[in-house]
Design a protein around this ligand. Structure first.
Ligand SMILES: *Cc1c(COP(=O)(O)O)cnc(C)c1O
Length: 430
């Protein structure tokens, strides 16, 4: 399988190049040249398949013969180490819980798959791969945990000092091994700038094999299509379904659209956002107007320029009418988010996190007009990750899951650093 750039379909690269480069040289995003549709046999036996089996078949479908089956099996089993159960919380409304991984958010799927693939590429060469990741919290923890002890890889997590939560900080500063945390005296934007500067620095690029693990990497999207199929398998239905995706950078929704291209019977997608409503606005007005993000309580979705938007346009071959007919966008305020968390806890004893709450709200809104449909929303993080917001909304505190508890007991190991590029560069060269 080759991968093209969304800016120029004539630029085609191998899987290895797409994953190592992350972004195409023309700043486009890599997409698979073809997204093959599964046969009806695949769907007939879907309900009987395990999550791992589904994941393997989807990977084979998208990656093809570029890797041996035994390598794909190893990468898939490294990725799918935890379940993604589907919970019916009201009639025809199901929560797809994607937070049962080591860092309690769906980003574990993408990070673990990426680490499996990069570990595979590292094993084929003599040089170690250095993975740089700037984080405002969740991405750093998923990437650090995904790469921990993967031979041939070194991970460097840059984070803004004092600007991530205690739980988040512990998740990437207590690991040791091949993971190093850099605590930058600056903002998230400074961290991101430091990472970008590395890629344009000649000296660094001759001395080190550098790559980045942010969400534009196609290897983070491929595994996110697994759980759409698995959700459908768990529904045990033959009907088409409605799927609502709480969205920020729109990687998750892109993966859902890829699953549909492979034949998954999705009738309609809902793009649910917080007040950073760039995509819902586009779906209404056909105008894409990126702008600085505003802060909300669903902070992992505070994105003002969603990077996967052009992948979505590409999946519809630029046909705006098809796109806007197939996806409906809604945005919700913080007040609506906490109100619904409170209501669902009171009525159903189910605890939503602020991101899943927006997915739920989007699904409810769509089903108001389409009440006979079967709906699924993605629950993207464990509510205990957002303890303050959640306990205020539901009036009770919730225990940390054992995976997060374990991190809190670890000792923080980090290197304090200025936001000057020269300091970071000399750190990398030593
Ligand atoms: C990253 C994240 C999102 C947004 O996902 P995108 O793929 O960027 O749209 C939603 N919820 C949580 C908890 C996240 O960490």
């Amino acid at each position: 399988m080759k991968y093209y750039s969304t800016n120029n379909k004539a630029i085609k690269v191998s899987l290895r190049e797409a994953v190592m480069q992350g972004l195409a040289p023309d700043n486009g995003l890599f997409m698979p040249e073809v997204i093959p549709q599964f046969s009806s046999d695949f769907f007939k036996s879907l309900q009987k398949k395990s999550f791992q089996q589904i994941a393997l078949e989807v990977t084979q479908n998208l990656i093809g013969i570029d890797l041996h089956t035994k390598d794909l099996e190893r990468i898939v089993s490294h990725t799918i180490q935890f379940d993604a159960p589907l919970i019916e919380i009201e009639k025809n409304i199901h929560s797809l819980e994607l937070f049962h991984g080591p860092t309690s958010a769906f980003k574990d799927f993408g990070a673990r798959f990426l680490s499996g693939l990069l570990g595979h590429f590292a094993s084929q060469q003599n040089e170690e791969i250095t993975i740089l990741v700037a984080t405002s919290g969740d991405t750093g923890s998923a990437v650090a945990n995904g790469f921990l002890n993967v031979p041939g890889t070194n991970v460097i997590v840059l984070y803004p000092s004092g600007k991530v939560s205690a739980v988040q900080e512990k998740q990437f500063t207590t690991l040791g091994g091949n993971v190093r945390a850099i605590e930058v005296d600056g903002t998230f934007d400074d961290c991101q700038r430091l990472v970008k500067q590395c890629f344009s620095d000649k000296v660094l690029n001759t001395k080190l094999v550098l790559t980045s693990a942010n969400s534009i990497n196609i290897a983070r999207l491929i595994p996110q299509s697994f759980y759409y199929f698995y959700a459908y398998a768990q529904l045990k239905t033959e009907r088409q379904i409605i799927v609502s995706v709480p969205s920020g950078n729109f990687g998750n929704l892109t993966a859902g659209l890829m699953a549909r291209r492979m034949g998954l019977p999705v009738k309609h997608f809902v793009a649910a956002t917080n007040t950073n409503d760039i995509v819902p606005e586009y779906l209404k007005t056909h105008r894409f107007n990126p702008r600085p993000s505003v802060q909300t309580i669903s902070n992992a979705m505070d994105v003002g320029n969603p990077s996967n938007f052009f992948r979505i346009v590409d999946l519809f071959d630029g046909n705006v009418n098809d796109l806007t007919n197939f996806i409906t966008g809604y945005s919700f305020t913080d007040q609506q988010t906490t109100d619904v968390m409170k209501k669902i806890y009171k009525e159903k004893k189910y605890v939503l996190d602020p991101h899943g709450a927006i997915g739920y709200l989007g699904l409810k809104e769509y089903l108001r007009m389409n009440s006979k449909e079967i709906g699924v929303f993605l629950e993207t993080a464990h509510p205990a990750k957002f303890q303050d917001v959640v306990s205020t909304a539901i009036g009770e505190s919730i225990p940390l899951p054992p995976t997060l508890e374990k991190f809190m007991a670890g000792k923080k190991l980090s290197t304090r650093m200025s936001k000057e590029f020269e300091d970071f560069k000399s750190f990398l060269l030593n």
